[in-house]
Design a protein around this ligand. Structure first.
Ligand code: PLP
Ligand SMILES: N[C@@H](CCOP(=O)(O)O)C(=O)O
Length: 462
């Protein structure tokens, strides 16, 4: 199994190297050269299996011998042992043929834990063999950062630097990143928005001298292993509703396009997915692009679903690569145009994307109203991101096809927004009860690549 870059000129890598490398050296993202498939019989056989066993069967064909079966099973077992629900990703019914996939029972209460807990284990397993020491840099709009810190804190051979937009994450999200005491984790509050943070992370990867000096690695969804681990819950949930013998649709609250791209991979692997619905908040660049073909970022507007406040959506590049017939040169050209302000998706590629993805947008008012209405009618208290998706799913779903809407975070991560909408203030689980009593440790940084690199050099342990 080989991994290739979406821009076509970086070296082909194994799964392990793609995982430890993060961004490709030509600025692209790694994808498998070919997508392995599961037959209808193999998918049917997933019925009734544990989350962990499904995880093994779905991911194993992508690993290409990087880990032994025993090592990989051990990583999976350790990754999900700490989840607060026996099913790991339980489904609850909202309405006839409309289901919510609760992805917030992991240690940091967001869907990021599914991939981050697992790649934390996979990194440790790989690094213990190579003896390498690495520096992880990550950008977050709130959830990736805390999940990464939780997965990698306390490790001797890994330093972690998380860039988050100053003043634009919830208090719970910020404290999850700033209160761990471990010496190997560093929360950096950047003057800017998430796009600024992600751009600086990519700049660090594109500065080869720095990259090689500090042994840079990435745990954002630019890392293929992150996306792959998120494919699993599409299988567990669809199979529990009758796949492969009936078609299932999904609605995904979308920002960096990683989670919905995992759904697309599940479909390519053979899972019969009907609609894949991209749900955006008022930062609706993906909805506009899928409707008109124009991709022109015009500034992030803060919303009550802050983790989706993104305009430069990393994984869209992976979807474009396939829609453009895997033409790395064409992708590189569009990405150059993006740097200069924006691009127009060529007609054929747009049509290919529109055949795969449907999209919708949910306003702030609609998000609040959906939180309140769902609480009243179903008892389910949604986080604002999940509410965006529920609203869009309600509008776009076909009543005859089961729709699974992804609930990506626990409402207690956004207590102010949820309380303002529903009158109910969601509480954190008892294990996090002291979050607001702990001391915060955070460094405020300007949007200045040289200064950020200097800080990383200075703080990482020799
Ligand atoms: C709670 C929540 N929902 C949705 C999203 C969007 O997911 P993606 O960036 O994979 O599109 C994010 C951020 O990634 C998030 O943290
Ligand atoms: N919403 C994310 C943004 C980063 O996404 P990633 O999936 O690329 O790590 C966050 O919460 O940080």
């Amino acid at each position: 199994m080989k991994y290739i870059s979406t821009r076509g000129t970086a070296p082909e890598l194994t799964f392990q190297d793609a995982m430890l490398t993060g961004l490709a050296r030509d600025g692209g993202l790694y994808v498998p050269a070919e997508i392995p498939t599961l037959s209808a019989e193999e998918i049917r056989a997933l019925g009734g299996l544990s989350y962990e066993e499904t995880c093994f069967r779905v991911m194993w064909p992508f690993l290409g011998g990087t880990f032994t079966e025993e090592e990989f099973r051990g990583c999976i077992a350790r990754a999900y042992a700490g989840f607060g629900h026996a099913a790991r990703a339980p489904l609850v019914q909202l309405a006839p043929n409309h289901f919510l996939l609760e992805l917030f029972h992991g240690p940091t209460l967001a869907f990021k834990d599914f991939a981050m807990q697992l790649i934390g284990q996979l990194f440790q397993c790989a690094l213990s063999k190579t003896g390498q020491k690495i520096t992880i840099v990550g950008a977050t709009s709130g959830d990736t950062g805390s999940a990464a810190i939780e997965a990698f804190r306390g490790l001797d051979n890994v330093d972690v630097f998380i860039l988050f937009p100053h003043g634009r994450v919830s208090d719970v999200q910020r404290r999850q990143m700033t209160t761990p005491e471990d010496a190997n984790v560093h929360a950096l509050a950047v003057d800017g928005d998430f796009d600024t943070c992600q751009a600086r992370v990519k700049d660090m990867f594109n500065d080869f001298a720095f990259r090689d000096e500090v042994g840079l690695a990435g745990v954002n969804s630019i890392n293929w292993a992150r996306v792959l681990a998120q494919v699993v819950y599409y299988f567990t949930s669809a199979v529990s509703l009758g796949a492969p013998d009936r078609e299932i649709s999904f609605t995904v609250p979308t920002g960096n396009f990683g989670d919905i791209f995992a759904g697309y991979i599940a479909k390519k692997m053979g899972l019969p997915i009907g609609k894949l619905v991209v749900a955006t908040n008022q930062n609706d660049i993906l909805h506009r692009c899928l409707t008109t073909g124009e991709y022109k970022p015009d500034g992030v507007v803060p919303s009550i679903s802050p983790s989706m406040d993104i305009q430069v959506s990393s994984n869209f590049e992976r979807a474009l690569f396939d829609a453009l017939g895997r033409d790395g040169k064409a992708v590189a050209q569009l990405m150059d145009e993006l740097k200069a302000g924006g691009f127009t998706v060529p007609q054929g590629a747009l049509q290919a994307l529109q055949e795969l993805f449907t999209s919708g947008r949910c306003s702030e008012e609609e998000t609040r109203a959906t939180i309140a209405r769902l609480r009243e009618t179903t008892g389910e208290l949604l986080c604002p991101h999940s509410a965006v998706a529920v609203k869009v799913a309600e509008e776009l779903r076909d009543p005859a096809t089961p729709m699974i809407t992804l609930a990506t975070a626990h409402p207690a991560k956004f207590p102010d927004a949820v309380e303002a909408a529903s009158g109910i203030r969601p509480g954190l689980p008892p294990r996090m009860a002291d979050l607001f009593d702990k001391e915060e440790r955070v460094t405020r940084v300007a949007d200045d690549l040289a200064a950020i690199e200097a800080l990383v050099r200075d703080r990482r342990r020799a």
